[in-house]
Design a protein around this ligand. Structure first.
Ligand code: S3P
Length: 172
């Protein structure tokens, strides 16, 4: 089975994904890394030099290529991946594939992202924690419509190990 992790920036898609993949003996893939490899520059540089619309176009193209692979894997998508074009429907319709939303509280996301916002182009310019929290609150509200369509919704506010167990229990 292909397992697609979705959720807001900082929701732990990569750290949970890596551990989940190890425990299921599956390869772990990261959509942002795949995009960076294809383009030969970082996500921040893509936003900077080519703009967000270009990034979204490449994001869906790379996702489609991964979904067409015959092999199974755990994939950490980008925070915006399910929210553009018909990507969420595409992921949900994919056979032998499960979409898992890692749900994380606004407070937790703000804490995590405040210290890691430098290379995230959508939030790198937000200078205070209050402004960042406000941005995330509104953005998360808009995106929750897509995230909540996932087949499995898992709360990721406790430990990574706990979250991995919850996902395995829901899927296997
Ligand atoms: C984005 C999230 C990022 C990356 C890009 C856009 C978003 O991925 O794809 O900066 O729109 O939320 P992470 O969720 O891995 O930070």
């Amino acid at each position: 089975m292909k397992i697609l992790l979705i959720g807001y920036m900082g929701s732990g898609k990569s750290s949970v994904g890596k551990q989940l993949a190890t425990s299921l003996n599956l390869p772990f893939l990261d959509l942002d890394t795949e995009i960076e490899q294809k383009e030969g520059i970082s996500i921040a540089q893509i936003f900077d030099s080519k703009g967000e619309i270009y990034f979204r176009k490449i994001e869906i193209e790379v996702l489609k290529n991964l979904l067409a692979k015959p092999t199974d894997f755990v994939l950490a998508t980008g925070g915006g991946t399910p929210c553009y074009s018909n990507t969420m429907q595409l992921m949900l319709k994919q056979p032998n594939c499960a979409v898992v939303y890692l749900k994380t509280s606004l407070h937790e996301l703000t804490d995590r992202l405040y210290s890691q916002k430098a290379n995230r182009p959508l939030i790198s310019h937000l200078n205070s924690k209050e402004v960042l929290e406000d941005f995330i609150r509104k953005h998360l509200f808009e995106r929750a419509y897509y995230y909540n369509q996932a087949e499995v919704v898992v709360d990721n506010t406790s430990s990574i190990e706990n979250t991995v167990q919850k996902i395995k229990k829901a899927l296997l």
